[in-house]
Design a binder for this molecule. Structure first.
Ligand code: CP3
Length: 342
């Protein structure tokens, strides 16, 4: 096993820790913007294996990250379930909101996702053997919030309300999403993904019993199906912002690592999760935008509070206004080099 990230995910502590960053491929990179400008729209970009493979590899070439993350989006699965998904500049994703009646007869065409598997296999064949390729999907609850609300919203009030008052429809939707997402993850693993990650980005603000029902149960269903298909690659769960609910997630969902959002105290979290479980995170993305001494001190805090098998990352994604020099400085700092923060 010559991938540092796979060693950590098998429960081995590495010093320095391996590093990659969520949204490392994206608008802060001029080489990304160049390819982005050639795509018809964001969805078309995700479904173009030549372009998607190229932008997946860009952060590895520029930064020598320990992992590449597949360039795609968590909102591709709703397309396979017959929903319309578009991305509007300055607004974000727009979907046709789903009704309880729609959920009763949701179509499914997983073949629309095949270009993504082609991207995975192209990237794996070009990536050096010591680098990890991470495939991903959204957590069923997080994807459901977009399908119900039709767009991103700060509090997810509409989706939470729907979960209480249309509980049968909600449970059906989550079960269908878990099932389709499992197939999607199986497809990515078969195409060459070394690790799979489940982005439960909207795990915050749920009452504990709702967290169990909306997050833990469907994620267990998804992972059971992935394992029953004979897929053995490690899985990273990311119940972002879940607070103490993340501890129950770490014990009940069979993931090999639990990624921490910005607000999670890594040292305290370590004491509450299974002994050999890996952790990942959780540099404040705002500190990465600010740079200078703010960033230096924030990196120092992550390095001093992490323990055991850990993968260095952000608590959420790289923002478009992040300076390339600061990403380079964080990597140098983590690897024990001479960081030049700006
Ligand atoms: O991390 C990576 O570099 C891999 C690729 C990746 C993208 N989206 C590319 C992307 C991953 C892992 C995602 C996951 C994703 N997508 C999540 C979960 C993680 C998170 O950020 O919380 C969510 C909630 C989405 C849904 C989504 N996609 C939103 C809300 C937006 C719009 C926000 C924005 O930045 O405009 C996207 C678009 C998106 N996905 C972009 C990228 C690089 C920006 C699109 C562009 O180039 O204009």
């Amino acid at each position: 096993m010559n991938q540092p990230i796979l060693e950590v995910l098998s429960g081995t502590m590495k010093t320095p820790p391996p590093i990659w960053m969520m949204r490392q491929a994206g608008r802060h990179l001029p080489e990304y913007m160049k390819i982005r400008a050639t795509a018809k729209d964001f969805i078309d970009f995700c479904f173009s294996p030549d372009k998607a493979a190229e932008v997946t590899l860009q952060p590895i070439r520029r930064y020598d990250m320990d992992a590449a993350i597949l360039f795609a989006d968590i909102l591709l699965v709703p397309i396979a379930l017959g929903r319309s998904v578009t991305f509007e500049k300055g607004v974000g994703p727009i979907l046709n909101p789903i009704s309880p009646e729609d959920i009763l007869s949701m179509p499914r065409d997983m073949s629309v996702l095949e270009p993504v598997y082609e991207t995975v296999s192209r990237v794996r064949s070009e990536l050096s053997k010591d680098k990890t390729l991470i495939g991903f999907c959204g957590g069923p609850w997080t994807v459901a919030t977009y399908m119900i609300e039709g767009r991103g919203s700060p509090q997810k009030q509409k989706a939470k309300h729907f979960a209480y008052v249309n509980s049968d429809a909600m449970d059906q939707l989550l079960s269908d999403l878990a099932d389709a997402s499992a197939d999607y993850m199986i497809g990515q693993a078969k195409a060459g993904a070394d690790v799979l990650k489940i982005f439960e980005s909207w795990a915050e603000g749920l009452a504990p019993a709702m967290f169990d029902r909306l997050v833990i149960k469907p994620t267990q269903q998804m992972i059971k199906k992935i394992r029953e298909a004979g897929i053995t690659v490690p899985i990273i769960g990311f119940p972002r912002g879940a607070g103490l609910n993340a501890v129950r997630y770490a014990h009940k969902v069979k993931v090999q690592a639990c990624a921490a959002g910005t607000d999670m105290p890594l040292n305290e979290f370590r004491g509450l999760i299974p002994a050999h479980m890996a952790t990942q995170g959780n540099l404040d993305p705002l500190a990465l935008r600010i740079g200078g001494d703010v960033l230096k001190s924030a990196v120092g805090q992550v390095l001093s509070t992490m323990s055991g098998p850990h993968i260095f990352n952000l608590g959420h994604g790289v923002a478009p206004d992040v300076k390339i020099e600061n990403v380079q400085a964080v990597i140098a700092h983590v690897r024990g080099g001479d960081p030049k923060y700006v």
